[in-house]
Design a protein around this ligand. Structure first.
Ligand SMILES: [Zn+2]
Ligand SMILES: [Zn+2]
Length: 198
């Protein structure tokens, strides 16, 4: 696949445009006859460090209080997307802080920024009722929970730093692919796949 892309610079350019515009890569996949999910890896791997560096340079910090997040994000519907680059989150992170116990942030799939998000709310549909928001923890990954939504059947993995203070959310999210396999078996769809297409 990489060699096919290398021999067609226009396809790579179209892929980057799609990734930056958060559009589907399906059209390019059909053109060069590749699997779309696998093809997504290339623009994301290329764009991610650039987006991360830009977010870092801008010095933005959306991990502040909920009031600050509300002020910035406006209405509820926009809040599940990264306030810096607009991409969807790849995971959630839970941690205790002096003023807020069990604060939940979302981790951007593209620029890796984190922003505060209501603890129980589904980032896909806004569902907040506790009975619709079960979570699943496997013995092999005691510090990661699969947060399901009974309303829209979407899930995100939450890395719980209270259970393992040494966990690295972006790494553990990638490493715990067995949890994604489990979730798919339950008929759940991930809010945003990771770099490996899981
Ligand atoms: Zn972002
Ligand atoms: Zn939902």
């Amino acid at each position: 696949m990489a060699s096919r892309l290398a021999s067609e610079p226009a396809a790579m350019s179209d892929l980057l445009t799609a990734a930056l515009g958060r559009e589907s890569v399906d059209a390019v996949a059909i053109r060069i006859d590749c699997d779309a999910t696998a093809l997504e890896f290339f623009p994301r791997a290329f764009v991610q460090p650039v987006a991360e560096a830009l977010a870092g340079q801008a010095g933005l910090d959306f991990s502040g209080s909920q009031d600050e997040v509300d002020t910035f994000a406006g209405d509820d519907d926009t809040r599940a997307a990264c306030p810096y680059c607009g991409a969807l989150p790849v995971a959630a992170v839970l941690r205790d802080e002096p003023e807020i116990k069990g604060r939940r942030t979302l981790l951007c799939s593209l620029c890796l920024a984190e922003w505060t998000f209501p603890r129980t709310r589904c980032p896909a549909c806004g569902e907040e009722r506790a009975e619709k928001r079960p979570h699943h923890v496997a013995e092999s990954w005691p510090h990661i929970r699969v947060e399901e939504c009974g309303s829209c059947r979407t899930y995100v993995k939450a890395i719980d730093l209270r259970e393992n203070g040494l966990a690295v959310p972006i790494v553990d999210e990638l490493a715990s692919a067995e949890l994604d396999l489990w979730a798919v078996e339950q008929g759940l769809t991930k809010l945003r796949t990771n770099l490996l297409g899981m």
